[in-house]
Write a protein that binds this ligand. Structure first.
Ligand code: SF4
Length: 264
């Protein structure tokens, strides 16, 4: 279902992020839409909060080291929330066949490398598990994945091949430590900028509420398969305004946790 020609309602959103109040307008389709529709809106909020975080850090004297063409972090495991997996599937499906086929081949190559390293099965389990993984197990998977230094299947000539549609996790990693340190994220003391609104967590919680399942994060090389296997759920529709309300509820909940912790 496409929402591009649908009339929209404009909402004024006001939230308190760690760097102060943030107000913005978001256009939400008036009718019933699939879950992928909320992804760009949630990312818009996350990116505006991130702009405030960058502004505050720079005013305090920090330098953001991340620059166009640096892809040092594109060898980490990128987790997607289910709504983002559906949105990525929609984007890849919309590409010209040659481009789509090229990405699909690279995803197959990445899966073959993961299988060879004994990591594919644990990642498939992660995408399917009916109960959340312990933090220590998740850390072990992240370390094993990064140890492979496997380039993201969407990385092309050192640049993101899906830049406008890249997952939230990719948008949120900014560092203030020297860029050289990112060549070995496992052993160097990299300083990441705090993430005011972790959008994949927000969307994961939203999807869990809507489907009455556990919050789930899907490793990027498996996201398209996951979205295809769950296509009927991806086609379910909700009222656009309700999706925004529920998204904001999760944003507020996470922000109050983060900011409450900071004040303690
Ligand atoms: S999706 Fe793009 S930004 Fe994210 S890891 Fe892959 S190449 Fe890098």
């Amino acid at each position: 279902m496409s929402s591009t020609s649908m009339p929209v309602d404009r909402y004024e959103v006001a939230i308190n992020v760690p760097r102060g109040p943030l107000t913005t307008s978001v256009d939400v389709p008036s009718g019933f839409v699939p879950i992928a529709t909320i992804v760009p809106l949630a990312r818009q909020l996350g990116e505006q909060a991130s702009v405030e975080e960058v502004r505050g850090a720079v005013e305090e004297g920090a330098t953001i080291s991340c620059k166009d063409g640096c892809a040092a972090c594109c060898r980490m495991m990128v987790p997607l929330s289910p709504p983002e997996a559906f949105a990525l599937r929609d984007h890849i499906d919309s590409l010209p066949k040659a481009e789509r086929d090229r990405f699909m081949r690279k995803i197959d190559d990445a899966k073959a490398a993961l299988r060879h390293a004994g990591l594919l099965e644990p990642l498939i389990e992660l995408a399917k598990t009916p109960k959340p993984l312990a933090d220590s197990d998740m850390d072990a998977l992240n370390h094993a994945y990064y140890a492979l230094r496997l380039p993201c299947p969407f990385l092309e000539a050192g640049r993101c091949g899906i830049y406008e549609h890249r997952p939230s996790a990719c948008r949120e990693l900014l560092v203030t430590s020297p860029a050289d340190l990112c060549q070995d994220l496992a052993h160097n003391a990299v300083q990441p900028l705090p993430v005011p609104i972790r959008v994949s967590t927000v969307l994961g919680l939203l999807w869990a509420d809507l489907t009455d399942k556990i919050p789930r994060l899907i490793p990027l090389p498996l996201a398209l398969n996951w979205a295809t296997e769950h296509e009927p759920e991806g086609r379910r529709v909700w009222k656009g305004g309700d999706l925004l309300d529920q998204t904001l509820d999760k944003v507020w909940r996470l922000l109050s946790q983060t900011m409450g912790e900071k004040q303690c």
